[in-house]
Design a protein around this ligand. Sequence first.
Ligand SMILES: [Ca+2]
Ligand SMILES: [Ca+2]
Ligand SMILES: [Ca+2]
Length: 624
Amino acid sequence: MSFCSMVGAQVLFHGRVYGETFPGSGKDFPFKAVYCFAGIDGPNCEPLQFATWEIDPVAWYSMTGPAGRYTMVFTRPGKFMRPIVLTNIFTKPGDDLHRIVRPKFDYANFYDGDWDKKPASEYYQTFVATGASVTHVGIRPVHDGVDGDGPGSQNIVVSIHKRGSGTPDNWPQIGPSRIIRDVDCGGAKDYVYYAGWNSGEVPLTPGEIYAVHLKGEKPFQMFQQPNDDKRTDCYRIGADKTGWQGADIWMAVGTDNDGLLIPYNKCSNKEYMEFAGGSTKWSQTYVAQGTSLAAVLLSAAVGTAHPPLSRTRLRVRVREGGPNGPVVGVEKIAVGCGNYTGDASWGWFCAVYSPGEVPLKPGKTYAIEWETMETPQSLHDYVNCKGVKSDLKPGFNPYKKVAGDEYSLGTSYKDGTVKQDFDLDMQVIEYKNTPKDWDKAVVQKNLIRNGDMSLGEVASKPGDSGQPAFWKSWSLGTATSTAYIVDDMDAPNRLLRVTGNPKDNSTVDGGFVQKVEGLDHLETYRLSARARCTWQMSNNHSLYVGYDPTGQDTDPAATSIVWVPVVGTHDVWIDFVSEPIRPEKDSISVWLRGKSISPEQFAFEADFDDVQLCCVKSGVPDKP
Ligand SMILES: [Ca+2]
Ligand SMILES: [Ca+2]
Ligand SMILES: [Ca+2]
């Protein structure tokens, strides 16, 4: 289903990408230059894109586009932030969603107010695993200038070790090492460096203790946060001191702890090194680990006479078995995000997927095929900053993976068919679990109180209306009666009933209302109920379930109430499920309504039971 044809008011996504500076600090750490993509379901929507700001307002993002069901991806291949994926973001025209997004690390300490005063040749930083394998490590060496201009450029080897006996230098290594090249922290240079792994390369057991080992060619220093918390600590090896540091160093460790898998990761922080070659189409094969795609990213540039990446779209197809295999799932559109100088543009293309749009079989080979969808028509008005007019030639030039970051289980294909002996610089993010009908998934916690109508003083004799707990009755018609009763056809089940027989221009029109508080404007909620009526639904007799996103529960005539007719067969329970509802602030009121304007041989009865309001699941699926 595609909502892209909608016009009119658009949706605004904005906010920040923040981490916590160190556990318990309560201070936000800004994630700069993170690529944000938001895409609607289906084949025909070009994703929105943005890169978080590096200057004030730092870590800020802002995207607008048409309403629909969005999947959002925050990632920066080649940098240390573990990607964030949000799903089931149901939006309507005019929605304004200000959201702080936070990555979920196994270890994160970004404190730069102190540092190890003496250089060490090796550091071991311990962490407690919550995920199944390591994919991201970020480090930030420092040099205080006391001993000159710093150690100069060097390579640092990063490896992961599982706790064993003795000090961490005796712990066994898990998975392959990575080399971070050209680490230089002299003078004012205190950059962040990164090493990555594909999911599964460095397997972890959640709950166990591991250490990230850094070994330089020359002694170096690290930012650190001194603390007494021995749950994590740093062990250093150096001329001045070998032993536990009583501090945690500036480091981030991202793992498969979020329902995502990254079977094809960018494992080096070196970017934009060597071109693969200009073409209108490129493919790369890889082996899936998850059950459906979440996002695919490709590092590429476009020519000087071509519009920038942010205005360039690629069609993305996933082919089973290899570059000539059948297309699996939905073909999507990728958009670029990155750098633009006015006549040169490079960065990353990304297509985003909701769970199940491209189903995958773990262990099977797939080809990701990228093909430009630009045409002479879409290019013809472009003029670059040097006055060069578009050459009307669509195409793009991907970057190769850099040396030391080869992908062994696949390769690339120029023009989608000509096999190459190198891999494209990409990142593939998958969902580990793909439950059926994820678009309907809700958190199984009923936010309505007494939704099954089991609580209250039930009507005990004719003429008594009873009093259900937490529900208020309301009426707009003079012939309305409301009652809380035992269903005499299904005792001892209790339900709410609206009844009456309108005569002499009177009407039955009323029901029950409940206000639900403590909700979140950033979430949506589904309302469900069952309802039953003694007469066929018509202009004379009708059942409604209503909701008011303002949360008001005093005015049944308010235009803010959305009344949805319950449609079905009379004298049979009808199941009702609403669309996702977004509260204007922090509450929604739920309205049950029976209406009858025509006298009949016997009374109109509208029954309601089992009302639920449940939060729509908007994260990554956590179960199959
Ligand atoms: Ca500690
Ligand atoms: Ca390869
Ligand atoms: Ca009941």
